[in-house]
Design a binder for this molecule. Structure first.
Ligand SMILES: Nc1nc2c(ncn2[C@@H]2O[C@H](COP(=O)(O)OP(=O)(O)OP(=O)(O)O)[C@@H](O)[C@H]2O)c(=O)[nH]1
Length: 855
């Protein structure tokens, strides 16, 4: 048999290791199954493996049958039944182990290996003349080690199958006759291993009749043997736990008397199995065993009986842990830790059945003086007179009105800056936007901005054409103008709702409110009121009398007085809660704006808000958030820039490149829009989220921040405020004067080919003093370096009478006969130019390098 073949055989110790069992156990099973086996080095035939596996299956089925027999019994009873099966199995192993050991001691071997094998083996083991038993015992002292585990881990489960297959193709004859032949490198490593035998451990081992030959190949010292063995001592680590268990399974010290024929029942073990464990995620078998107060081997056996072949370091998923714990009769509480300090990112999925309709949250936006504030006031007062009586209207950042027994929440701060600032802070609180356009003024720059902001946020738009009471009001003109921005009225075949109103005369307000309800109905805004509250801070301030005050929009769940909460980096407990009518509330459900007191500090508008179980928890989360924020402020920006655009595209983070265009004239805006929208690279397109004429303003930058956009300025510059904000928010602003350059830059960036900008750097000059023509080499210029230096890798230009007559690379650079990397000023050198020979005395060679410049 060749060495190669030998290596490919599956041996008992390898198979045992793959199951995280000892060779001894496998040998015992093999014998029990009447399969001829000598020792750990015996080759496992296909058939043998199959039969051992069948043996395990039988045990499993047996256990399952027992379980079924006891169906209906509580888990604990079932697991006891199961335990009995395993114990039975262990006991039978013990009996056989005892017999085997007895045989060994008497020098009886089931099958004597060839004498030569022994000889080979002894030589391999260092030729120390030890008897086989001794060697095995000593080897077993070098008990489980990380290497051992690693080996087990590295070998894929069922890895022996492949070996088995290989075996079947090779010669199978004589395997039993010469089990020790070959052995390969691993065996040799074992011989090189120091053998720090601990006498007391030898004694322990001898007593316990353990011959864990599986570790023969582990060339690592083990810590385990250093500890004197105590039968019931639990190992400090899983490896130790396994060793101890091995000892226990074989009877331990107390088995001394019965060694040979009889196995004593296992020592009575104090059952310290916990009633309940808390699981916070996947765990390894070893970790699970520790948590269950079990030996790893016990857990592994249990897993085998459940049909799971696992090694000590194998990860168990939560489902398996749950089943396993049930097998041991242990209750499990699964607590998956969420990143609570980033609670705004945690999406809570509610059952459809728990979701209840909630009032829509509406923001009013539009151009200056088009009547936003007047409209908000009109709606509020309309409702106060027609709706709830009493209460002093409070400004709490938002208010609710009721129409047709349905509520609508209006955010009190009109304007898209506030809206987008909120959005930039991650708060999505608006469900519907109302764009107010004065009928006498028409669409103005901020109208367009407002539309862009609403669209970027993906919020439905209702157009309120205001000031229709004015004599020069022309609502149709407004409709006409808005078609350019894809806001087409329904009567013209579009899907945008237009309502004519007069905020001042309070005309059309009811219709506007009804339309809001209609849009809300279509969009089905819902939330689960029966859970802890989550929302957003709309405003906050420090009140002289009441301390920090936050106006909060509850978005999910119900906020109650007494609730502990986190708002941004602040925390508190709801001391008092007031609504927009000045009424004290005990509870506030979804879409309700409330003013709360009980904070320790003042949060910021747009901060996320969430209730936690107690104030201590809230405090710790707020503190963590403060630290994280400080770190992220120090850290790098995550905004899209053209320079890292390709990376984002590649990583699939970007599907659209959001762009804001500002130009000097409308014509340029249109030209740029048209060309940029045509660009498509790898499925990524340019999306113009806003465009306009005029300087780049802070509002543009805020929109870019909220929408992760880049800003292109064409013949315009950012104003000072915008510049400062762009720098602070790290928004990529590109300024251009040539349309072609804009398009090329964007296209290249999307293709990941944004070429670095190069700058030429002249590093030196050399004057040609002589020329030599050499066949096959060409013209060598004998030069004197007159300034700087000439380097071998530089590019060169040949200058004759001030005119560049050639530009190319330096081919060779020599000092005398030797190649030189560089030659400095004042030294002579020989230079040849790549593919150029027409060099004349008096020419000047200018050396330069191209350097990349940071953009
Ligand atoms: N005739 C008439 N005037 C109106 C109407 N609505 C608002 N106005 C007037 O238009 C002017 C501007 O109204 P505001 O409500 O302050 O407009 P705004 O959009 O809130 O303005 P900013 O807060 O500056 O952005 C005021 O003088 C209002 O009285 C209306 O329906 N009809």
């Amino acid at each position: 048999m060749s060495k190669q073949e030998n290596k490919e055989k599956l041996r008992v110790y390898e198979y045992a290791k793959s199951l995280n069992m000892s060779s001894k156990e496998i040998i015992t099973i093999l014998k029990r199954l009447d399969i001829p086996v000598n020792n750990h080095m015996s080759v496992m035939e296909n058939d043998a493996v199959a039969r051992v596996e069948q043996f395990f299956k039988d045990i499993k089925n047996n256990a399952a049958a027992k379980r079924e027999g006891g169906a209906g019994a509580p888990v604990l009873t079932q697991s006891i039944a199961k335990e009995a099966t395993v114990n039975h199995f262990t006991q039978s192993l013990q009996v056989e182990a005892g017999t085997l050991e007895g045989n060994r001691r008497e020098g009886v071997r089931p099958e004597q290996p060839k004498r030569q094998d022994n000889h080979v083996r002894q030589n391999r083991d260092g030729g120390q003349g030890q008897s086989k038993n001794q060697q095995e015992k000593q080897v077993s002292m070098n008990k489980p080690t990380q290497n051992n585990t690693k080996e087990t881990q590295n070998r894929p489960q069922g890895g022996h199958d492949s070996r088995r297959n290989q075996q079947s193709t090779g010669s199978q004859q004589g395997q039993h006759k010469a089990p020790h032949q070959g052995g390969g490198q691993r065996q040799q490593t074992s011989s090189a291993r120091p053998n720090p035998v601990q006498t007391n451990n030898i004694a322990a081992k001898a007593n316990t009749a353990v011959v864990d030959t599986e570790d023969i190949e582990t060339p690592v010292k083990s810590k385990a043997p250093k500890k004197p063995f105590k039968p019931n001592q639990r190992g400090n680590d899983d490896n130790n736990a396994r060793i101890n268990n091995n000892f226990k399974n074989r009877g331990g010290k107390n088995n001394r008397g019965g060694r040979g024929q009889q196995a004593q029942p296992p020592r009575e073990k104090i059952d310290n199995t916990p009633k309940k464990i808390i699981v916070r995620g996947t765990m390894t078998v070893g970790e699970t065993a520790k948590l269950l107060h079990k030996d790893a081997s016990e857990v592994i056996k249990k897993l085998i009986s459940m049909g799971v072949m696992a090694t000590i370091n194998q990860e168990l998923d939560i489902d398996t842990i749950l089943l396993l714990a049930a097998e041991f009769g242990v209750e499990v509480e699964v607590k998956i830790p969420v990143e609570e300090d980033r609670f705004e990112t945690v999406e809570e999925v509610d059952n459809e059945a728990d979701l209840k309709e909630r009032p829509p949250v509406v923001t009013i936006m539009g151009h200056v003086d088009h009547g936003k504030t007047t409209l908000l006031d009109a709606i509020r007062s309309t409702n106060v007179t027609s709706g709830e009586a009493g209460g002093i209207t409070q400004h709490i950042g938002a208010y609710q009105v009721e129409i047709n027994n349905k509520k609508i929440t209006f955010l009190d701060t009109p304007g898209h800056e506030a809206f987008t600032l909120m959005r930039a802070r991650g708060a999505q609180i608006t469900d519907i936007t109302i764009i107010v356009v004065a009928a006498d003024d028409g669409v103005m720059p901020q109208t367009v901005e407002a539309i862009s902001h609403a669209k970027a946020a993906g919020v439905p738009i209702i157009v309120a054409v205001n000031k229709i009471d004015k004599p020069d009001a022309d609502p149709d003109r407004v409709k006409q103008e808005l078609t350019e921005y894809e806001l087409v009225p329904e009567e013209w075949g579009g899907d945008t709702i237009f309502v004519n109103v007069s905020a001042k005369q309070r005309m059309g307000l009811e219709e506007l409110l009804e339309m809001i309800l209609l849009v809300a109905e279509v969009n089905e805004f819902k939330a689960n009121p029966n859970k802890r509250a989550r929302g957003t801070v709309i405003e906050a301030e420090l009140d002289k009398g009441r301390g920090p005050v936050a106006r909060v929009l509850v978005q999910h769940g119900t906020l109650k007085v007494g609730d502990a909460f986190v708002a941004g980096n602040c925390f508190g407990r709801v001391r008092a809660m007031v609504n927009d009518k000045g009424r004290r509330l005990k509870e506030a459900g979804p879409s309700t704006p409330v003013e709360i007191t009980g904070l320790t500090e003042v949060p910021q508008a747009g901060d996320p808000f969430m209730v936690f179980e107690d104030e201590r928890k809230a405090r710790s989360i707020a503190e963590k958030r403060a630290i994280t924020q400080r770190q992220s402020e120090l850290g790098s920006n995550t905004r899209v820039t053209l320079d890292d655009l390709f990376k984002h595209i590649k990583e699939g983070e970007i599907k659209d490149l959001n762009v804001i265009i500002k130009a000097d004239v409308q014509g340029s805006v249109e030209a740029l829009k048209g060309s940029l929208e045509k660009i498509e690279v790898e499925g990524v397109r340019v999306k113009i989220i806003h465009s306009g004429v005029g300087a780049i303003t802070e509002s543009d930058i805020i929109l870019a921040t909220a929408s992760n956009a880049i800003v292109i300025g064409f013949n315009v510059r950012p104003d000072n405020q915008a510049k400062a904000t762009a720098e602070q928010e790290k928004v990529d602003v590109r300024l251009h004067r040539v349309i072609y350059n804009v398009i090329e830059e964007i296209e290249q960036a999307m293709k990941g080919m944004l070429d670095p900008v190069y700058k030429e750097n002249v590093i030196g000059h050399a004057e040609v003093r002589n020329t030599f023509k050499i066949s096959k080499v060409g013209t060598i210029a004998g030069c004197m370096v007159t300034s700087g230096k000439i380097t071998r890798t530089a590019e060169a230009r040949l200058i004759r009478n001030g005119i560049v007559i050639y530009e190319g690379k330096i081919d060779t650079l020599k000092r005398f006969k030797d190649d030189a990397k560089e030659v400095a000023q004042g030294y002579e050198c020989g230079i040849t130019l790549e593919n150029y020979n027409d060099i004349k005395e008096g020419d000047v060679i200018e050396a330069f390098v191209m350097e990349t410049v940071e953009r």
